[in-house]
Design a protein around this ligand. Structure first.
Ligand code: BMA
Length: 308
């Protein structure tokens, strides 16, 4: 285990890795990207605010996971098609990518006068994208789909806004919705928690990198934490780390469009046992850092806090 002074996530020394200046069309921010590997390359689907305050999704590509080149046109903008358009009028945000067989499933927040819902789309090649359906009722965002079917079912982590259990993580298998993890009182994630990156399969369980929010006198602070879910039944939580793994520290995480935010929508597992975690800094720029998967797993199991 690392000694206490060494951070569990090592920030890339050239962060931020992507900013609005790298985008060939006019945007105000680059943040909260889903990231995956396709054809040996890293694909990043990032969110940008336009100058009207609404968000669209751009696409960038990289050979090494650090240096990304943005394509000339956005990847996903609010649909003009009537079926989806009405629900995407206020913008599309925070894509998560999950590969199942030959398809990459994309979940994104669709904002409209009817509230925020999750849209599901799919792509095979990151050139064309096909919308499938809106998959939640309103007031639900941060949906992450597990990257394989478990016991024959698609499984997802949800974050409905429920008065019964505010801002918590639920799990659903097609029709079910089960509460699995709540914010912990007087803890770094006491205000809200939500799914972050697509879960990563390890021999000890599914590693879930999530975000937690703490309200301070100066506003909310967004941090990242980890939880471990049972491989065969991910509604069983094997452990939730008591400590956060990343908090806003760099200047571009502390100051920006929304101050004091690190927010993840994607992480990529590498063959050497590390994971590249991608996060938006202050809703303004994209950053990356690496961590050892076994250390993150150990953090979930050692001195875990209660999930509920
Ligand atoms: C959340 C979402 C994220 C954002 C975060 C901090 O509610 O809107 O997209 O990064 O707030 O502003």
């Amino acid at each position: 285990m690392k000694n206490q002074k060494e951070p569990i996530v090592t920030r890339y020394r050239k962060n931020p890795i992507l900013t609005k200046d790298d985008v060939p069309y006019q945007v105000a921010t680059v943040h909260n990207a889903g990231v995956t590997k396709y054809n040996g390359k890293y694909i990043m689907l990032f969110r940008s605010h336009l100058h009207n305050g609404r968000s669209i999704i751009g696409i960038a590509e990289s050979k090494d996971g650090y240096k990304f080149k943005v394509e000339s046109k956005p990847f996903l903008t609010p649909s003009n098609d009537t079926a989806f358009g009405e629900y995407e009028e206020y913008g599309v945000e925070d894509v998560r990518i999950s590969q199942i067989d030959e398809y990459f499933l994309l979940t994104y927040s669709a904002y409209s006068r009817h509230g925020v819902r999750i849209g599901l789309a799919k792509t095979k090649d990151f050139k064309t994208v096909e919308r499938i359906s809106l998959i939640t009722q309103s007031d639900l965002r941060n949906v992450v789909i597990f990257p394989e079917k478990i016991n024959g079912q698609y499984v997802r982590l949800d974050r409905p806004h429920s008065e019964i259990s505010k801002w918590s993580i639920w799990i659903s298998y097609s029709p079910d919705l089960i509460l699995i993890m709540k914010p912990e009182t007087y803890h770094w994630d006491e205000m809200k928690i939500g799914p972050g990156a697509t879960p990563i399969k390890t021999d000890k369980g599914w590693l879930n990198i999530y975000h937690g929010v703490f309200e301070t006198m100066a506003g909310a602070v967004y941090r990242l934490g980890v939880a471990l879910h049972d491989l065969n039944d991910p509604s069983i939580i094997l452990g939730v780390s008591d400590e956060w793994i990343l908090q806003p520290e760099d200047p571009w995480e502390v100051t920006g469009y929304v101050p004091n935010v690190v927010f993840t929508c994607g992480a990529v597992e590498e063959e050497d046992g590390t994971v590249k975690i991608y996060w938006g800094g202050a809703d303004s720029v994209m950053c990356v850092g690496t961590a050892k998967i076994n250390e993150l797993v150990e953090l979930c199991l050692k001195n875990p806090r209660k999930p509920l």
